[in-house]
Design a protein around this ligand. Structure first.
Ligand code: F0G
Length: 459
């Protein structure tokens, strides 16, 4: 009997989309036109788009088929009940409130429950989560374990919450904490998982201080697979069993179905508290839509319902986690400084370490992102000083890290695409001394990374 080491893509391809090859000089011009901000490029000028794993996945034939089953009734549509049943079966939460994507769920939850001066603890808030807390004049407090702040530190559950720090926050500022959040996997900290043991610890503290506990569950399936592979006593369980235990420890969740919902749009807020649910639904009607569609078409609800089931299939998760790890392995073997260990949905390059001659306030992450685009047509994203360096008072400080994230869309690229990416990153790292820093020309006050324009600072 043969024993195979190769982990193949667990699908075959039924429909393809051509990618456009461009010349280096076209990319130099396109980037200048975009104000040196890759968010402002036209996607068709990108060869391999690793900007995000959000909404960029390929749906299965079964999901496309489900679109035709969509019931577009305004109220009480069959597709809603199918969606609700799948979410309830997975999460166990009593109330399921569909939203058009994750940040709408965050906004509705935070606008409903936060007051000015409140504090929301989390391992790390993602950018939109932080912004939705801060817009309510509340504080988004990051309490990841110390290893989670050091790119080179190796830890199996680097997304874990520092339970002692959470306890201090609850003991000191408890009156101002309306809920505790934990992000699985921890995107801002490098796509790193949170262990079941740590989630149980958060639950115990929330019980002691009588606080509701919410998961930011965008990548719950990837987290469940890491638990299966890395946590003692979990290897014999299915990802679904582990995911259900994760949700059973919480009182609610916000979810972007654009990640582990395997859909191109969609999300939800799910929770147990009747009073909060009623107030959230009222806000939903005002801004998203009636509670049985919440800003989505019936066919979107169908696609998400199937996606939430497919995402927990083990061959899929094995391939998903392994293909990200494969890219990470190749970069590390070539000496490219990467956040350790590989994340679930992305590889994070440590741009501050790679480009020590570019100070944080000249944005080493932007320097690397822009070089990857010019040299290879690859689009990554800076997760660093541009994304997180602007302080609420308008001043600027270096972000905790300067990373470049290469996020892998689900079921979209093959191994040869990934091999090309590895070759490109290694090639660009080889020309690091020639990369220069940038200064901001124009930037809005919040979420500036999306629309800021830059200019290169000649060396
Ligand atoms: N929470 C986390 C951990 C996320 O990564 C995201 C989105 C959201 C919430 C918001 O969800 O986009 O559906 O509104 N992350 C994407 C990314 C955009 O590129 O990492 P959304």
């Amino acid at each position: 009997m043969l024993h195979f080491k190769t982990i193949i893509e667990p699908f075959r391809i039924k429909s393809v989309e051509a990618v456009k090859f461009t010349h280096r000089e076209d990319r130099v011009a396109a980037l200048a036109e975009a104000g040196y901000n890759v968010f402002q490029l036209r996607a068709e000028d990108v060869l391999i788009d690793l900007l995000t794993d959000s909404g960029t996945g390929a749906m299965s034939a079964s999901q496309w088929g489900a679109l035709l089953q969509g019931d577009e009734s305004y109220a009480g549509s069959r597709s809603f009940f199918r969606f609700r049943d799948v979410v309830q079966e997975l999460t166990g939460f009593r109330h399921v409130i569909p939203t058009h994507q994750g940040r709408a769920a965050e906004r509705i939850l935070f606008q409903t429950v936060l007051k000015p001066g409140d504090v929301v603890p989390n391992n790390n808030h993602f950018d939109t989560t932080r912004a939705n807390v801060e817009v309510e004049d509340a504080e988004a407090r990051d309490l990841v374990i110390p290893e989670g702040r050091v790119p080179s530190a190796i830890h199996p559950f680097k997304g874990n919450v520092d339970l002692a720090a959470l306890e201090r926050t609850l003991a000191t500022d408890g009156k101002r904490v309306p809920l505790v959040m934990v992000t699985v996997t921890n995107n801002t900290g490098g796509g790193q998982p949170v262990s079941l043991e740590n989630l149980r610890g958060v639950r115990a503290l929330c019980d002691r201080y009588r606080k509701p506990f919410f998961l930011d569950a965008c990548r719950f399936a990837e987290n469940a697979y890491f638990v299966k592979k890395r946590e003692a006593g979990q290897s014999g369980r299915t990802p679904r069993e582990i995911a259900r235990e994760m949700f059973s420890l919480a009182d609610g969740c916000t979810m972007s179905a654009k990640k582990d919902g395997l859909a191109n749009i969609g999300g939800f807020l799910a929770l147990n508290d009747d009073d909060w649910a009623e107030r959230c639904r009222n806000l939903l009607i005002l801004t998203e839509g009636f509670p049985t569609y919440g800003g989505l078409a019936g066919y979107d609800l169908e696609a998400v319902a199937r996606g939430l089931e497919e995402v927990l299939e083990e061959p899929y998760l094995r391939y998903r986690i392994r293909s990200t790890e494969y890219l990470h392995e190749r970069l590390v073997a070539a000496g490219v400084p990467c956040l350790q260990p590989a994340g679930g949905h992305a590889v994070y390059i440590d741009a501050r370490e790679l480009l020590p001659h570019v100070p944080p306030l000249q944005y080493p992450g932007i320097a690397l992102v822009n070089a990857l685009y010019v040299e290879a047509g690859i689009r990554g994203v800076e997760i660093g000083t541009v994304m997180f360096g602007r302080q609420p008072d308008g001043s600027e400080e270096p972000g905790a890290m300067d990373l470049v994230r290469l996020a892998i869309p689900r079921r979209v690229y093959t191994q040869s695409h990934v091999d090309y990416v590895a070759e490109a990153v290694i090639g660009v790292a080889g020309m690091k001394d020639r990369l220069c820093g940038y200064r901001i020309v124009r930037a809005p006050a919040v979420l500036r990374h999306f629309t800021a324009t830059f200019e290169p600072i000649p060396a």
